[in-house]
Design a protein around this ligand. Structure first.
Ligand code: NAD
Length: 291
């Protein structure tokens, strides 16, 4: 097996690291919090976890923390080693840490994931990766253990770009699906009939067909479990904000993304959305009129 350093062993990192150890790799872990992970040797610092590793994986909350961890681990990593960051962070931070790593002779990959905690535990995540062909090829065997699909999207930052573009579509589409259900209610249209039509018509989407926000309609989803997450509204808000930060720094016009960000911000900060699944936008719309 390879020597792997794994930094950030939270909800996602913990099961991902456990899967690497289970596959026979020698995994040294570190987290700020006092955590234990099956099959891992724990180090006293991020630098220590990274020092002798062939590959270092990070799974951290945000870009600011990622940059701080980069400052800590890059000087201790061996030239030729690979740093794979699986956190969801802003594109600018992803590119900055990749440049810093490359200057030290380290191969860098940004590889955010989709699939959530369930996918992390089951080893069925999707990775969207940015970096050189060589860096991607070295990380690919680990993507195969932790996930079921890895797309090499382009150079450094391309993985984060793909992630936030996907999630901007997801946020906008969820809102569109919820407001359409609320309109259908007011028109006296049965929700099941609405689903039957839309799920096989041109308004279909993942939010309608696979994650329907209406309880009792479509396959089982968080709506059927009192909107317990699932994918929490505040995490949707985080990703939408990253999309708007990227749109701003690249001068892209994203009015729907901007509107979705504002709605999720209101929902999370003042309408009870904190701790709810992001599909709980439907009861939010149900309660409102045109204002
Ligand atoms: P989490 O908060 O559970 O885990 C983050 C971990 O990083 C924590 O254990 C924390 O103690 C640790 N940490 C913070 N600063 C550190 C430092 N300086 N050194 C070492 N460890 C440090 O978050 P999570 O749910 O595991 O998510 C991690 C990343 O994955 C986030 O960027 C998130 O947006 C992304 N993501 C999460 C999900 C999900 O469903 N939870 C899905 C896809 C992507």
């Amino acid at each position: 097996g390879m020597k792997i350093g794994f930094i950030g062993l939270g909800n996602m990192g913990n099961p991902m690291a456990a899967n690497l150890a289970k596959a026979g790799h020698e995994v040294t872990g570190f987290d700020m919090a006092d955590v234990s992970v099956a099959g891992l040797t724990m180090a006293g610092s991020g630098a220590e976890a990274a020092a002798n590793a062939d590959i270092v994986i990070t799974m951290l909350p945000n870009g600011k923390i990622l940059r701080a961890v980069g400052d800590e681990i890059i000087p201790t990593m061996q030239p030729g080693a690979v740093w794979v960051d699986c956190s969801t962070v802003d594109v600018d931070s992803a590119r900055a840490v990749a440049d810093q790593a490359k200057e030290a002779g380290i191969l860098a990959v940004d590889a955010p994931v989709s699939g959530g905690i369930g996918g992390a535990a089951a080893g069925t995540l999707t990775f969207m990766a940015g970096g050189s062909d060589t860096a991607f090829a070295k990380a690919a065997p680990l993507f195969d253990i932790m996930g079921q699909k890895a797309v090499h999207c382009g150079d450094s930052g391309a993985g984060q770009a793909a992630k936030i573009c996907n999630n901007m579509i997801l946020g906008v589409t969820m809102i569109a699906t919820c407001e359409a259900f609320a309109l259908a209610d007011k028109l006296g249209l049965d929700r099941q009939k609405m689903f039957d039509v839309v799920s096989t018509s041109s308004g279909y989407s993942w939010t309608m067909n696979a994650y329907c926000p209406a309880p009792g309609v479509g396959p089982e989803s968080p709506a059927d479990n009192n909107y317990q997450p699932g994918f929490a509204a505040e995490l949707m808000l985080k990703d939408l904000r990253l999309s708007q930060q990227a749109a701003e720094s690249s001068d892209a016009d994203t009015p729907m993304g901007q509107a979705a960000t504002a709605l999720y911000e209101q929902f999370v900060e003042s309408e009870g959305g904190l701790g709810m699944d992001f599909s709980a936008m439907l009861p939010r719309f149900e309660k409102r009129g045109r204002g």
